[in-house]
Design a binder for this molecule. Structure first.
Ligand SMILES: Nc1nc2c(ncn2[C@@H]2O[C@H](COP(=O)(O)OP(=O)(O)OP(=O)(O)O)[C@@H](O)[C@H]2O)c(=O)[nH]1
Ligand SMILES: [Mg+2]
Length: 653
């Protein structure tokens, strides 16, 4: 048996919150990958942002060493394929405890001294995010593995992202292991969840595993199934190197890192690599595995997943989807027809655009560098320079959704200490001008042409699929009535669950639909969407004036019939978001020259320093200093200082 036969590469996919990262925790424990004292919940969610929000944003690979004989002898009660009737769910002392983990670690350490233990397997796991805005992370993970564990929460059943991610896994020809999770919960409906899985996957009910990522029940059996069902990677170490870059990162110490799946060949430190798409060359500094922290190794070979510290000084040479080979494999050091690059990835299409402007002009270069580094770690994010009369030089940025935008904004603030002014997020409109053949694309409302030259405005529509228990059909219809969606049809997924299909303007989907659907269905319904078409609609541009000056960043495109209500809502929101200043400020919504809504922010009654009597200059200066600091995150529009978060706040209800 060649070494490679001992490798299994897989990812965990599911709808958001169905327990992927928690299951990964149990796998890390069972395989002794992470020391018990270092273990914490959702260990693979390593970014502060992920931990605070309790969601996975980035895919995270990790390499585990697994010995079935050890795990099984230690946890015999978990080794059964738990498809049999379960009667010990109320905890008869068999649940997974910390002491079990510690014992398993002792045995793990022992195995290196015992010669004749059964085979040892390398399991390369990639934990993926469940939120729709990070779908590109999932699709890139799928291309690096041979199998996928499809997790379904037994209290929630099949949801929109379960379907969307499953379809992607099927497209990649992956071996799919269906699993019902959270069976420890009293409201788990295992039978129903299984019926739904059988329906969507066309598998046998007996093939579906039952586990609890929380207690660890059934996880050993799952690991065994992974080894038995997922095929070992193909590919030959003796062939020329072909490594697929599925992610990348800027590391302060090691520079530009490429996260790779090696399909053929081998690579080690101090070898000259060649990027097949852009032709860049560099000497590798280091190669290694994810444990999940970076761990240096001698070489990476066919079938393995790891990282290459590329040695590139500049981030743009390392592109996700590119194939890395070795210069020594090339004829005359040039591209060689004999080495076929791997298929790579389709670039994702941004759904929303917003412009980011530094609050002070000097930060422009800093912002560009920060964006390049963020892009390296978030391939779905796009940006390009633009400039604006009022706001100066900045960047037009594309995102997969509003959460994606918020995450980039937060990362910019935390990792690079930049808090920019952000314009009202907008979808891409297409405009047919009078007497012009071709439509033009508009990425921000500020670019909207004068109405007199416009013949027709087109906006993007999506195919929207709402997955829900049948009982909420009426409630969902009620929510959809508030949008401009057109109902298409309803499909029965399995007895008690439906998929409702709509054609809906993208704008209506990205702003409040998620919250509205969740609250109307007690959190049980979910949706996914994909771009469908462009369709004309009677849309107009609404401007916002603050203190008599038009603020481009607040302009938005609205359906004509909603202009008044939107105008009223936005000025009210702004009144809350802009702090009082020492003069009165009028906030107005306008269409052309016409004011359609107005609010006034009253002035401060007194100067802040007025109460400081006498000549205590230092105190006075301190206070002014403090004020200045507070103002750092403000953007001055004319005389008015606007907090940078106000620009995003006004978008949501
Ligand atoms: N009772 C119980 N709770 C679980 C189980 N698995 C996960 N949870 C809980 O479900 C919540 C979500 O778990 P995560 O592991 O973060 O889910 P996820 O699928 O990784 O979520 P995303 O990565 O954001 O899509 C957490 O509060 C977990 O504690 C389980 O088997 N039983
Ligand atoms: Mg997660």
């Amino acid at each position: 048996m060649s070494e490679k036969n001992n490798i299994r590469n897989f990812c965990i996919i599911a709808h958001i919150d169905h327990g992927k990262s928690t299951l990964a925790d149990r796998m890390l424990e069972l395989t002794g990958t992470v020391e018990a004292r270092k273990m914490k919940e959702q260990l693979l969610d390593q970014m502060d942002l992920e931990r605070e929000r309790g969601i996975t944003i980035k895919m995270q690979p990790v390499r585990m060493v697994y010995q079935p004989s050890i795990s099984n002898s230690k946890f015999p009660n978990q080794a059964k394929i738990s498809n049999e009737k379960k009667d010990d769910s109320n905890g008869n002392g068999k649940s997974f405890k910390n002491s079990d983990i510690e014992n398993s670690l002792k045995i793990e350490n022992l195995k290196f001294k015992v010669a004749d233990l059964k085979d040892e397997y390398i399991l390369n796991l990639i934990d993926t995010p469940g939120h729709v805005d990070f779908g590109y992370e999932v699709s890139r993970s799928l291309a690096a593995v041979e199998g996928a564990v499809l997790l379904v929460d037994a209290t929630k059943g099949v949801q929109a992202q379960t379907l969307a991610n499953l379809y992607q896994a099927i497209e990649h020809n992956l071996e799919i292991i269906p699993v019902v999770n959270k069976i420890d919960l009293p409201n788990a409906d295992i039978k129903k969840t299984k019926r739904e899985i059988v329906y969507i996957l066309g598998c046998q009910e007996e093939e579906i595993l039952e586990i609890s990522g929380k207690t660890g029940e059934g996880v050993s059996a799952l690991l065994e199934t992974i080894v038995n069902k997922i095929p070992p990677p193909q590919g030959k170490p003796e062939k020329p190197l072909r490594a697929l870059i599925f992610d990348s990162k800027y590391d302060t110490y090691k520079g530009v890192l490429a996260y790779v799946r090696i399909f053929d060949g081998e690579v080690s430190a101090e070898e000259e690599i060649f990027m097949m798409a852009n032709g860049a060359k560099s000497d590798t500094l280091e190669v290694g595995y994810f444990k999940p922290n970076l761990e240096k190794t001698e070489k990476l070979s066919a079938g393995e997943i790891g990282y290459i510290a590329t040695g590139f000084k500049s981030v743009e040479f390392c592109r996700v989807g590119d194939t890395i080979t070795l210069v020594k494999n090339l004829k005359n050091g040039k591209k060689d027809e004999l080495i076929t690059p791997l298929p790579g990835y389709k670039e994702p299409r941004p759904m929303v655009y917003a412009s980011f402007y530094p609050t002070s002009g000097e930060d422009y270069n800093l912002m560009r560098d920060s964006f390049s580094k963020l892009k390296l770690n978030d391939a779905a994010f796009v940006f390009e320079p633009e400039s604006n009369l009022a706001l100066g030089r900045g960047f037009r940025c594309g995102f997969l959704g509003l959460l994606h935008l918020e995450i980039i904004q937060s990362r910019l603030e935390r990792e690079f200490e930049i808090s920019p002014t952000i314009t009202t997020p907008s979808v891409i409109y297409e405009i047919k001008l009078k007497n012009k053949e071709k439509r033009i694309s508009i990425y921000s409302p500020a670019e909207f042409p004068d109405p007199s030259v416009i013949e027709e405005v087109y906006e993007p529509y999506v195919k929207l699929e709402v997955v829900s228990p049948t009982t909420f059909l009426g409630a969902i219809m009620e929510v959809m009535k508030n949008t401009r969606a057109e109902y298409k049809n309803t499909q029965y997924l399995e007895g008690e669950r439906i998929i409702m299909k709509f054609s809906c303007p993208l704008t209506d989907v990205i702003t409040d639909l998620h919250d509205d659907i969740k609250s109307a269905t007690q959190g049980y319904a979910s949706f996914s969407y994909e771009l469908e078409k462009y369709q004309p609609y009677d849309l107009i541009k609404m401007d916002i004036m603050v203190g008599g000056e038009k603020v481009d960043a607040f302009s938005r495109i609205v359906p004509k019939e909603k202009a008044f209500s939107e105008g009223k809502r936005v000025v009210e929101k702004l009144k809350e978001a802009i702090p009082r200043q020492n003069f009165q400020i009028a906030i107005q919504a306008t269409i052309g020259a016409k004011v359609i809504a107005r609010q006034t922010i009253q002035a401060f009654r007194k100067d802040v320093t007025a109460k400081l009597y006498g000549g205590d200059v230092t105190r006075k200066r301190k206070l002014l200093e403090k004020q200045k600091k507070g103002k750092k995150k403000m953007k001055n529009i004319g005389r008015v200082a606007i907090p940078s978060e106000a620009f995003l706040k006004v978008l949501k209800k």
